[in-house]
Design a protein around this ligand. Structure first.
Ligand code: DP6
Length: 359
């Protein structure tokens, strides 16, 4: 039990109300891959918080006549009851109930919807758990109005992490770091912190166009992938590499050197997938069209000297990163050369954002 997040003040007061948050997804530049119990990362990670890919979550709550031993909740996803999500949420509520004991005295109706299509291959766990955790913190604030806004966000990130590791970073924008490391003061394995160092203007309005190569569900979940890092032959080397990349990225984000940025970001993306390919059992999430797009981006960069690079999450889709000044040029490149490698020619234009908003 992590004591700072324990809830002591509780006197079982009767409450009812509603809370809503809109929380974005994020894209990691330095990848979280591998974890220990419970949701403690093997390595530190750093991400851009997005703007257009988000989850809207509304919780309606009212006191129960008699408190239960499990959380009493119902989940509506896009207006429809979703029992498969309720099973996942049950596990989440079991993890957080010691920190939020008031949940046992409430009946909750949780309504969520995503801004991006359900079957787009874009993971929704980061936006979903961060939005839900912020709503839960609103309930906590209603019971204890004295909590500071700093504590509110810190605990929201802590709770999000217990749902999905990368969700801890979605609470803060435009950049967030999760995982204890030597380069960022106050970094923690328990929650993410906001990136407070200087950021060069060219990274302040970075665009992320997500090329939807495969809109299907992944055949191996991230949870399984993380587990495979525990006995991975390259695990200790990966930890050394993360430290080097994190230290260098901090310097590069300040200097604005896009070439050096590209090198770190693409190395991280390809290392992530290399870790999957060399796990035992080994597996592949990238598809032939992922490689087709990567090769096109490399050719384009060579021929035009343009500032554009890619990263990948745990799937086949490509995230193209580039400064806003290149938007028109890159959109042309996508329509002419890349959209043919996407399922139904689809892609989503997103950009770095400032984090969640209350609804
Ligand atoms: C490849 O956060 O989805 O996107 O903690 O098991 O829910 P769980 O895993 P998750 O893993 C994300 C991994 C990644 C890299 C990253 O976002 O840092």
């Amino acid at each position: 039990m992590v004591n700072i997040f324990k809830f002591n003040l509780y006197d079982n007061q009767k409450i009812c109300g509603q809370s809503g948050w809109k929380s974005p997804s994020n894209i990691a530049l330095i990848k979280y891959w591998g974890k220990k119990e419970i949701q403690i990362p093997l390595n530190a990670s750093l991400s851009f918080t997005l703007a257009n890919c988000y989850t809207d979550c509304i919780i309606k709550y009212e006191s129960l006549k008699k408190s239960g031993t499990n959380c009493d909740f119902k989940l509506l996803f896009e207006g429809k009851r979703k029992v498969s999500f309720e099973q996942k949420l049950n596990k989440f509520f079991k993890r957080i109930v010691d920190y939020c004991p008031y949940l046992l005295d409430l009946k909750l109706t949780i309504e969520t919807k995503n801004s991006f299509p359900h079957s787009s291959g874009i993971a929704s766990s980061a936006s979903a758990y961060s939005a839900l955790s912020l709503c839960i913190m609103d309930i906590e604030k209603k019971i204890n109005p004295k909590i500071s806004s700093e504590f509110f966000l810190k605990k929201a990130s802590f709770l999000s992490r217990l749902g999905s590791g990368s969700a801890s970073r979605s609470i803060l924008g435009p950049l967030a770091i999760w995982g204890k490391n030597d380069f960022f003061k106050n970094s923690s394995d328990l929650y993410a912190i906001k990136y407070l160092d200087e950021i060069h203007s060219s990274f302040k309005n970075i665009q992320d166009t997500i090329l939807l190569v495969d809109k299907g569900k992944k055949h191996i979940s991230s949870t399984v992938g993380h587990e495979l890092m525990n006995d991975h032959s390259f695990s200790s080397d990966r930890l050394v590499q993360v430290d080097q990349n994190l230290k260098l990225l901090k310097k590069v984000l300040r200097s604005g050197d896009f070439k050096a940025f590209t090198n770190i970001v693409e190395l991280e993306a390809l290392t992530l997938h290399a870790m999957m390919m060399t796990s035992n059992p080994y597996y592949l999430l990238i598809k032939p069209n992922t490689l087709n797009i990567i090769n096109e981006i490399w050719n384009y960069r060579k021929n035009t000297n343009s500032e554009v690079c890619f990263t990948l999450d745990a799937g086949a889709n490509i995230h193209m990163l580039y400064p806003k000044k290149n938007f028109t040029e890159i959109q042309k490149f996508i329509t002419e050369k890349l959209s043919k490698f996407c399922e139904n020619g689809e892609f989503i234009n997103d950009h770095v954002g400032n984090g969640p908003n209350k609804l």
